[in-house]
Design a protein around this ligand. Structure first.
Ligand SMILES: [Zn+2]
Length: 259
């Protein structure tokens, strides 16, 4: 399931996106970084009480593993805003691009600019349009799923880059599976239209929600991959908030290779 990165990192890639030489993508395991303790070791989260210098080193390791000129981050807020990156900062500037924008998806058509999403149980969803050469990365926790952030990202790619959803490829990364996604307060937290994704033990299948949302947004079902890895079931590989509230955040990343 995990492939070695070129610098001690490990990542999961999905078949649909791996077919394209002009991009790279991956869902990075927690290994190959420098953070300590519960955050060991490739934590990229800035809001989890880690040493900022270590987080920077970890983010740089991911940028290097991807061969990225820049690795772009947003302030994730469990909302439905999408940031369109269509012009990069000065080429001599920092390889890490922490924007101040509050959003839960990043889309770009800039070669060398890789979009990064930080998660621990929330879904990292990656998007690619091979025709228009545009990519997207989405943070969809259960709150994001209820707001259909995945479709908002697809729509932003349509508006900004003229993408055609019917040709787009998607990958759902390691995240909380239905095996572990118990919502005991679902009657107050989750609208009734989502209850069809619930089993008799009050576990929700949010991977299925995402598949249905992307299909409704125009993607072909056969173009949507799911890693089918539950983070709470694999804390030895991935940070999981439900497995440990002191957990770090791992990365879902996609970008067009530098020109
Ligand atoms: Zn599980």
């Amino acid at each position: 399931m995990l492939e070695p990165g070129n610098n001690g990192t490990q990542l999961v890639r999905t078949p649909g996106l791996s077919r394209f030489d002009e991009i790279d993508h991956g869902f990075f395991s927690r290994h190959g970084g420098v953070s300590q303790g519960e955050l060991a070791s490739l934590n990229i989260g800035t809001a989890v009480n880690d040493d900022p210098d270590l987080v920077t080193k970890n983010r740089l390791a991911i940028a290097r593993a991807m061969g990225a000129d820049r690795l772009a981050f947003v302030k994730q807020v469990h909302g439905k805003e999408v940031v369109v990156l269509d012009s990069a900062p000065d080429p001599s500037s920092d390889p890490l691009w922490q924007t101040n924008l509050e959003a839960d998806a990043i889309v770009t058509n800039l070669p060398g600019v890789f979009c990064a999403i930080a998660v621990a149980d929330c879904q990292p969803i990656l998007l690619y349009d091979p025709e228009k050469k545009a990519v997207g990365a989405v943070h969809s926790g259960w709150r994001g799923s209820l707001q259909n952030i995945a479709a908002h990202a697809v729509e932003a790619m349509v508006q900004a880059f003229g993408c055609n959803p019917a040709g787009m490829i998607a990958a759902i990364g390691p995240s909380l599976g239905a095996c572990c996604a118990e919502f005991i307060h679902y009657r107050t937290e989750i609208p009734e239209k989502f209850w069809k994704y619930k089993d008799e033990k009050d576990h929700f299948d949010f991977w299925a929600v995402t598949r249905d949302q992307l299909t409704a947004a125009g993607l072909e079902g056969r173009n949507i991959d799911c890693a089918n890895i539950c983070t709470k079931c694999t804390p030895e590989h991935f940070f999981s908030y439900r497995a440990s509230h002191a957990a770090g955040r791992f990365a879902g990343v996609i970008g067009l290779k530098p020109a």
